[in-house]
Design a protein around this ligand. Structure first.
Ligand SMILES: [Fe+2]
Ligand SMILES: [Fe+2]
Length: 166
């Protein structure tokens, strides 16, 4: 068992990760409709990774003899101005997740809940990588035209992305 306040916060993050998966699927749909199937694949893989993160919280709660509780998902943003809008929304979403993870780390430390602190270490590293991933793509996308030659090369590159676990 865990302190009730911590269980609640971990369960909220379980649901936040599912919400992130939902939102990345909506971003994939933007690219699918445009026919940029490589970018769509990148976002579908991103969505799978968020689902994998959610399941890490699920299994941690179960390991600690707590019950994961599913909440309703909110409608994600379904309309985007252009590819850059999608990427900037992705980075903003990751920054928001990072702040939630930091709040959880602080709470676990305050409660001296060391198992939770150790579990959350993986997420601190992961968020550093997630923010860098989107920052780097945004850098590459600056000053290039959606549908232009370099954009289509990125589209081919993203077609090869596969889910990485761990
Ligand atoms: Fe995540
Ligand atoms: Fe993420």
């Amino acid at each position: 068992m865990l302190p009730a306040k911590l269980t609640l916060a971990l369960n909220n993050q379980f649901n936040n990760e599912l919400q992130a998966a939902h939102s990345y699927t909506a971003m994939a749909a933007y690219f699918s409709k445009k026919g940029y199937h490589g970018f769509a694949n990148f976002y579908l893989v991103q969505s799978q990774e968020e689902h994998f993160h959610a399941m890490k919280f699920y299994h941690f709660l179960v390991t600690m003899d707590e019950k994961p509780v599913l909440q309703a998902l909110a409608e994600p943003k379904n309309h985007y101005a252009d590819a850059m809008d999608v990427l900037e929304s992705s980075l903003a979403q990751e920054k928001d997740v990072t702040s939630h993870i930091y709040a959880l780390v602080t709470l676990a430390a305050d409660l001296q809940e060391h198992a939770t602190a150790s579990f959350l270490d993986w997420f601190i590293e992961e968020q550093m990588e997630e923010e860098k991933l989107f920052r780097d793509i945004i850098t590459r996308m600056k000053n290039i035209e959606e549908g232009g030659e370099y954009f289509l090369r990125m589209n081919d590159e993203f077609a090869a992305r596969r889910m990485e676990e761990g």
